[in-house]
Design a protein around this ligand. Structure first.
Ligand code: GLU
Ligand code: MG
Length: 450
């Protein structure tokens, strides 16, 4: 047969990706030509249950609840679409993805979907407590070039200028992606930077955390840089944290965490909420500081967290009352927020935020009393002083944190069984796979993955 004498030149098709961010905070999905989006709007695309049992080491946990069976759908939430048409590399294809909920093929929510869990918990806040949640995740990262670069002083203009081109592209791309970036700043560590963004309502806050990570990786890739959000990228490195800032409002939009009569500015509702978080904090660590390397960071004098306590403007406290600025003229109650610091970017933003909200809700429902409040550095108190203040130590390994979660009673019961069973299976496999690594190897290993 002869070839037709006219040919159509091939042009690359713009692609759109339907994504979910899974239990280990990895964003995965499937792509199709963008002009076919309408085919995927109502029923999404296919997905495999056992994907949710993937470890960071890229193996599916041997004893997961799903095995080879079952089929799911990634159903897009169109309001969460991120589209970046251009970037620093003019040859790079557009980035276009949409966050999805994982559903059964008949449309029912899937029990192990972290985004659905967060959505359901936010709905309980609205329906049972009359509250809405605003949150912002702030991220630290290590940004390195392929060539060795000389040291730059912490927080210095020189460190900022070294990545000024990246910073401009990044903030432009974050803004185009709907992230509402605030700042890109040089941090304490070598090659360490931080990205902050404005708070958003509900699920969008966790989607936004994913967008910060993925857009940062995209711009870094296009500029030939390496970005890692891992909690510790080398044995002598300053740690990268994720700090979750959270405030609660009633359904009319009035802030409810603040009361100027309290020494720490916390309303009684805020105190119950914080007491719940502190009560469950050792168990929460299994979800918010969820890899072996997370415990290289959760140590005293790292400005992260090593004890369950609330501190006023104290960076060693797991839960920090953030500063308010009377200079700004903005009402204090509208600025007031709590910062959860026992988190890093190896966590799923949706799962960790949902678990934190569950712990806070249990504190409100059980009218828990807030004890562990300190203006001191908890590590500098002796054990008797800590005990007197109700300050307990956080787990020092992932295995300990997982045991705390197993024994956490109401918190564990509030999490869907299939989700936690999958989680325990994959974390057991991850522990076994990384057991033989030295601390330095562990840092390098996770720096490559996250
Ligand atoms: N790098 C610290 C952390 O691991 C936080 C430092 C700060 O307060 O910005 O959380
Ligand atoms: Mg910082």
């Amino acid at each position: 047969m002869s070839r037709p004498d006219t040919t159509t030149p091939v042009a690359p098709l713009p692609l759109t990706t339907l994504v979910c961010t899974d239990l280990i905070g990895v964003t995965r999905g499937r792509s199709f030509p963008s002009d076919e989006l309408s085919h995927y709007v109502s029923a999404g695309c296919g997905w495999v249950p056992a994907n949710s049992a993937l470890t960071p080491q890229d193996s599916i946990a041997a004893s997961n609840p799903w095995g080879a069976y079952g089929d799911l759908r990634l159903v897009p939430d169109l309001s969460s679409r991120v589209t970046l048409d251009n970037g620093p590399d003019p040859q790079a294809p557009a980035l276009d993805y949409i966050h999805c909920d994982i559903r059964e093929t008949d449309g029912r929510p899937w029990s192990a979907c972290p985004r659905t869990l967060l959505h359901d918990e936010l709905e309980r806040y609205r329906a049972e407590l009359g509250l809405q949640v605003f949150a912002a995740f702030e991220h630290e990262l290590t940004l390195t070039a392929t060539t060795v670069q000389p040291d730059r002083l912490a927080f210095s203009l020189q460190a900022q200028r070294r990545q000024a081109g990246f910073a401009g592209w990044l903030l432009g791309a974050l803004r185009a992606g709907g992230v509402e970036p605030e700042m890109f700043l040089p941090e304490y560590g070598q090659h360490q930077y931080e990205i902050t963004c404005r708070p958003s309502l509900g699920v969008a806050a966790a989607d936004r955390a994913v967008n910060v990570r993925e857009i940062t990786r995209e711009i870094a890739r296009q500029m030939g840089l390496n970005a890692s959000f891992a909690p510790k990228t080398a044995e002598n490195a300053v740690c990268n944290g994720v700090h979750l800032h959270l405030s609660l409002q009633d359904l009319e939009g009035a802030p409810v965490l603040h009361d100027s009569d309290d020494a720490n500015g916390l309303s009684s509702l805020g105190q119950h909420w914080a007491a719940g978080v502190l009560h469950y904090l050792p168990a929460l660590c299994a979800l918010s500081a969820p890899t072996p390397v997370s415990y290289e960071r959760l140590q005293p004098h790292h400005w992260s967290a090593s004890y369950a306590c609330l501190g006023h403007r104290n960076r060693e406290a797991a839960l920090r009352v953030c500063p308010t600025v009377s200079l700004s003229g903005k009402p204090i109650a509208a600025q007031y927020n709590l910062e959860f610091r026992a988190m890093d970017a190896t966590a799923s933003p949706h799962l960790a935020m949902a678990a934190l909200l569950i712990a806070g809700r249990l504190g409100i429902e059980q009218r828990m009393t807030l004890n562990a409040v300190t203006r001191e550095v908890p590590d500098e108190l002796d054990e008797a002083q800590r005990q007197a203040r109700g300050i307990i130590a956080l787990p020092t390994t992932l295995a300990q944190a997982l045991d705390c979660l197993r024994q956490s009673g109401a918190l564990l019961e509030a999490l869907p069984g299939p989700l936690v069973n999958t989680y325990f299976a994959l974390k057991a496999q991850e522990l076994a796979l990384t057991e033989a690594l030295s601390p330095a190897e562990r840092c390098e290993h996770y720096a490559r993955i996250y």
